[in-house]
Design a protein around this ligand. Structure first.
Ligand SMILES: CN1c2c(nc(N)[nH]c2=O)NC[C@@H]1CNc1ccc(C(=O)N[C@@H](CCC(=O)N[C@@H](CCC(=O)N[C@@H](CCC(=O)O)C(=O)O)C(=O)O)C(=O)O)cc1
Ligand code: HCS
Ligand code: ZN
Length: 758
C-alpha cells in the first residue's frame, strides 16, 4: 500500500528558518543567505520523507511565512499599497506579511487569521476591485524542479481555488463571484504548466469543504472544477480535504473527474458513513487520512489496520495518508532528552509518524503482521492502563454544582460598584500583559534552566525587569498596569510547567505564524494546581505602584487548546479540571490583594466545531461554563478581564458575553473593526477594549491614526464601556517601538477624553 503526506513542517527541527529569517529582518544578512538556508531545509525535509519510504512526498509546502500568502503571490493577488513600495519580490512579500515602515513607505500588514481549528495562522489575501488575478509566479515549479534535481519525485501542493476564493477578503465593491472566472483561468494555467513540467500528481488543498456548504457554495465548486479539470492533461489531481468530513459535497466529489480524493478519517466524523452510503469509485485513489496529523500520540495500529481492511475489502484503491499536514506537530522525539521512555513510547511527532505510515502500509499487505515486533510493541501501548488518574481531581470535579458556575451579583451591578472602587478615567488605558521578551529576558530564563544561575539570581533579574516595566508604564501614563510576564516562556507552556498532570518538552516546536513558534505542553494525566503559580510575581508588582496591577492568567479553554490534549478522556473533562486549577489561582490572587485579574482566553474559538450545528452541543455548552467556573468565586469589586485574539468573534458574541467577565480586550485592528457593529447589534454588555493597533508588526501607529480608530469605535460602543489598549501582548516587539506606540496610544486616549468629556 502506498503512503502520502499532506504537508511537512518547514521551520526546521531546531527552528533554523526562524533564526535565518529574523537575521534577515534585522538586516544582519542578505537575501542570498536566507534563500540558501531555505534550500537546505527543503532538501532535508524531502530527504527525510524519501528515506522514510513515503510515496507521495509534498513540495511547495515550504514558505517564508505562509502558504496561503504564497498562493496569493503566485496568482498576483498583491494589493497596490505593497506594489507601490517598489521593494524586491522577497521584501514585498514580507511587507504583506509583517507590514513595512521605512524609506519606501508605511503600510500595515495584511490581516492574519486562525487556520481553521488550529493554532496556525494564515495571512488573509486581499482582492481589490482592480486586482488582476492571473498566474504570475514560479514558486511551485521551482520547488518541484529543485526536488527533482535531488532525485526526488514530489507531489506539489497548492491551496485549491475554492478555498482561496473563500479565504480572500474583498476590499472593494466586487465579491468572490466577480473574481471566479479569473481564478478559474489562473488554475487552468497552473494545470497546464504542471503538465508541461511532467508533474505526476498535483494536490489541491480544499479544507473549506469541511465547513457547512450552501447550495451556492456547491454550485461555485462545480463551476470552478468543471472548468479547471479539463486542463489537467497528464497531471493527476488529488483533491485534498482535512479538519473534518465533506458531508455536503461527498457525492459530487466522487462524480467529478478527480484522480484521487483525500478524506480525513480522524476529525471527519461522517467520513466512514459517507463511503458506506455512497460508495467510492473504483477508478480513483482514496487517500485515507488515518494517521493523525494534529496529535502527538502513537497511532493505534490495530484500529487503523481494521479501517484499512474495511476500505480495501470494498475494492477501494487506498493510499494511507496523514489526516492533515504535519505542520501542526513537532519534528521528532529524538531531541527530547529529559522525558523518560515511559512517556516517550506514547509519542509520535512528524518523523515518527512517517515511520508509522511505512509500518502500517507494510502490515496492510502482510497477512501475518500480528507476528511482527513493531506491531506487538504498538499493541502493548494500548493494552495497559496509562498511569494518569488522580482520585482527588475526580472527586473535586464531581462535587461542582450549578451555583459554582454563576458569579453574583449580576454584571450590571458589579460594573457600577467597580467604577466606584477603581476611579479610573473615562476610556482607561491598559496593555494585554506581556512586555518585550528581549534577549536578556530569554537569556535569564535559559541560564536558570541550564543551572548556570541560582533561583535567587533568576528571580532578582525578573524583579528588576518588573520594576523597570512599572516605572515605564507610569511614565507613559497608563491607567491599569501589568507586570510584564517576564517569567513566562509562553502563556500556556508556563502554566503547563506549573500544573500537575502536564508534561513538557525541550524542542517540540510547532509553527504558530511566520517565524513564531510554540512548544505546546502535553496533557498526560488529571490536572490540578500543585502550588500558586503567579501570585508572588503579581503581589511584588502591586507593591511597587499605587496604580491597579492586573493579575495575569491563562484560561482553561486556551490552556487545553494550546496543549496536546489527552484522548482517553473528553475535552470537556480536561477543560473542567484545568478550570478548577485556575480557580484556585484566581482566589489566591484575590486573597493576596490583587483586585483586577485577567484570564486570557485567546484560543476560545479554536476548537469551536467547523460546522455550526455542532457549536453548542460539542463545545460552547462546556467551554463557556468552564470559564465562569474560574472566576465565579471572587468578590463583586474584583474586576475580571479576559482577552481574545486572532479569531472571528462576530458569530459567537452572545457566548462571549455569557463568559460573564467584566471587561474583554480583543484583537480587532487587523480586521477592520468589523466586530464593533456586531457587538452593538447583540447588545454586548461586557466592557470592551478592541485593540487600537496591531502589535504583530514593528510599525508605530500615529496619535491621529489611533484617535481615528477610537472615534470609529465610539460610533458603536457606549463611551463608559470603552477601554484603550493594543490588540495583544507586546512580547514579540522591541522596546523602542513598544514605548513609542504606547506613548501615542495614551496621547490618543487623552485627546478622546477631551473630545468626549461628559
Ligand atoms: C498569543 N499567541 C500564542 C499562541 N499560542 C501560544 N501557545 N502562545 C501564544 O502566546 N497562539 C496565538 C498567538 C500568536 N502566537 C505566538 C506564538 C509564539 C510567539 C513567540 O514569540 N514564540 C517564541 C518562542 C517563545 C518561547 O517559548 N521561548 C522560550 C524559549 C526560547 C528559546 O528559543 N530557547 C532556545 C534555547 C536558548 C538557550 O538555551 O540559550 C531553544 O529552546 O532552542 C523562552 O523564552 O524561554 C519564538 O521565538 O517563536 C509569539 C506569538
Ligand atoms: N497576556 C498575554 C496574552 C496574549 S494572547 C500576553 O500579553 O502576551
Ligand atoms: Zn492575544
Amino acid at each position: 500500500m502506498k503512503t502520502s503526506v499532506i504537508g511537512f513542517p518547514r521551520v526546521g527541527t531546531l527552528r533554523e528558518l526562524k533564526f535565518a529569517s529574523e537575521k534577515y529582518f534585522r538586516k544582519e544578512t542578505g537575501a542570498e543567505e536566507l534563500l540558501k538556508e531555505a534550500r537546505r531545509l527543503r532538501k532535508t525535509h524531502w530527504t527525510v520523507q524519501k528515506e522514510a519510504g513515503i510515496d507521495y512526498i509534498p513540495c511547495n509546502g515550504f514558505s517564508f511565512y505562509d502558504t496561503v500568502l504564497d498562493t496569493a503571490v503566485l496568482l498576483g493577488i498583491v494589493p497596490k499599497r505593497y506594489q507601490e513600495l517598489n521593494l524586491s519580490a522577497l521584501d514585498t512579500y514580507f511587507a504583506m506579511a509583517r507590514g513595512y515602515q521605512g524609506e519606501s513607505g508605511d503600510v500595515k500588514a495584511l490581516a492574519m487569521k486562525k487556520w481553521f481549528n488550529t493554532n496556525y495562522h494564515y495571512i488573509v489575501p486581499e482582492a481589490e476591485d482592480d486586482t488582476k488575478i492571473a498566474l504570475v509566479g514560479e514558486k511551485l515549479w521551482e520547488e518541484y524542479e529543485e526536488a527533482k534535481a535531488l532525485g526526488i519525485e514530489t507531489k506539489p501542493v497548492l491551496t485549491g481555488p475554492y478555498t482561496l476564493l473563500k479565504l480572500c477578503r474583498y476590499t472593494g465593491s466586487k465579491t468572490a463571484d466577480d473574481f471566479t472566472d479569473a481564478v478559474i483561468a489562473a488554475y487552468q494555467q497552473v494545470l497546464e504548466k504542471c503538465a508541461a513540467h511532467r508533474i505526476m500528481w498535483l494536490q489541491l488543498d480544499e479544507p473549506a469543504l469541511v465547513r457547512d456548504l450552501s447550495k451556492e457554495d456547491i454550485a461555485l465548486f462545480h463551476k470552478i472544477y468543471e472548468n479547471v479539470l479539463p486542463c489537467k492533461k497528464t497531471v493527476r489531481i488529488l483533491l485534498q480535504t482535512y479538519f473534518g468530513d465533506v458531508r455536503d459535497i461527498y457525492k459530487d466529489l466522487t462524480e467529478l473527474p478527480f484522480d484521487g480524493i483525500g478524506l480525513d478519517f480522524i476529525e471527519g466524523k461522517e467520513t466512514v458513513h459517507l463511503i458506506e452510503k455512497y460508495g467510492f469509485p473504483k477508478d480513483k485513489l482514496l487517500f485515507a487520512g488515518l494517521v493523525n496529523g494534529k496529535n502527538i500520540w502513537r497511532n493505534h495500529y490495530d484500529r487503523t489496520l481494521n479501517q484499512l481492511q474495511q476500505l480495501t475489502g470494498k475494492g477501494i484503491q487506498t493510499v494511507l495518508s496523514t489526516s492533515c499536514s504535519l505542520l501542526h506537530v513537532p519534528y521528532t522525539v529524538k531531541h527530547e532528552t529529559k522525558l523518560s521512555e515511559k512517556y516517550l513510547d506514547y509519542f509520535a511527532f512528524a518523523e515518527e509518524k512517517l515511520s508509522e505510515l511505512r509500518e502500517l502500509s507494510g502490515f496492510a499487505e502482510n497477512p501475518s503482521y500480528t507476528q511482527e515486533s513493531a506491531y506487538k510493541k504498538n499493541s502493548a501501548l494500548f493494552v495497559a492502563d496509562r498511569d494518569c488518574k488522580n482520585a482527588a481531581v475526580k472527586k473535586r470535579l464531581s462535587e461542582v454544582t450549578e451555583k459554582d458556575y454563576v458569579r453574583l451579583p449580576k454584571r450590571s451591578e458589579r460594573q457600577q460598584l467597580q467604577k466606584e472602587t477603581f476611579h479610573l478615567p473615562q476610556f482607561p488605558t491598559t496593555t494585554i500583559g506581556s512586555f518585550p521578551q528581549t534577549k536578556d529576558v530569554k537569556q535569564n530564563r535559559a541560564a536558570f534552566r541550564k543551572g548556570e544561575i541560582t533561583e535567587q539570581e533568576y528571580t532578582a533579574f525578573n524583579k528588576k525587569k518588573i520594576a523597570e516595566c512599572i516605572k515605564k508604564q507610569e511614565e507613559i501614563g497608563l491607567d491599569v498596569l501589568v507586570h510584564g510576564e517576564y517569567e513566562r516562556n509562553d502563556m500556556v507552556e508556563y502554566f503547563g510547567e506549573a500544573l500537575g498532570g502536564f508534561l513538557f518538552t525541550e524542542k517540540a516546536w510547532v509553527q504558530s505564524y511566520g517565524t513564531r513558534c510554540v512548544k505546546p505542553p502535553v496533557i498526560w494525566g488529571d490536572v490540578y494546581r500543585e502550588k500558586p503559580m503567579t501570585v508572588a510575581w503579581s503581589v511584588y508588582a502591586q507593591s511597587l505602584t499605587d496604580k491597579v496591577m492586573k493579575g495575569m492568567l491563562t484560561g482553561p479553554v486556551t490552556i487545553l487548546n494550546w496543549s496536546f490534549p489527552r484522548e482517553d478522556i473528553s475535552i470537556k473533562e480536561s477543560i473542567s479540571q484545568i478550570a478548577l486549577a485556575i480557580r484556585d489561582e484566581v482566589l489566591d490572587l484575590e486573597a493576596n490583594g490583587i483586585r483586577m485579574i485577567q484570564i486570557d482566553e485567546a484560543a476560545l474559538r479554536e476548537k469551536l466545531p467547523l460546522r455550526r450545528s455542532d457549536w453548542d452541543t460539542e463545545y460552547l455548552d462546556f467551554a463557556i461554563p468552564a470559564f465562569r467556573l474560574t472566576h465565579s468565586g471572587v468578590r463583586p469589586e474584583t474586576q475580571i478581564h479576559t482577552h481574545m485574539c486572532y479569531s472571528e468573534f462576530t458569530d459567537i458574541i452572545p457566548a462571549i458575553d455569557a463568559m460573564d467577565a467584566d471587561v474583554i480586550t480583543f484583537e480587532a485592528s487587523r480586521s477592520d473593526l468589523q466586530i464593533l457593529s456586531a457587538l452593538r447589534e447583540n447588545h454586548f454588555e461586557t466592557e470592551v477594549g478592541p485593540g487600537v493597533y496591531d502589535i504583530h508588526s514593528p510599525r508605530v501607529p500615529s496619535v491621529e491614526e489611533i484617535v481615528q480608530v477610537l472615534e470609529k469605535m465610539l460610533t458603536q460602543i457606549e463611551p463608559d464601556k470603552l477601554w484603550v489598549n493594543p490588540d495583544c501582548g507586546l512580547k514579540t516587539r522591541g522596546i523602542p517601538e513598544t514605548e513609542a506606540s504606547l506613548i501615542n496610544m495614551v496621547q490618543a486616549a487623552k485627546q478622546i477624553r477631551v473630545a468626549h468629556s461628559k
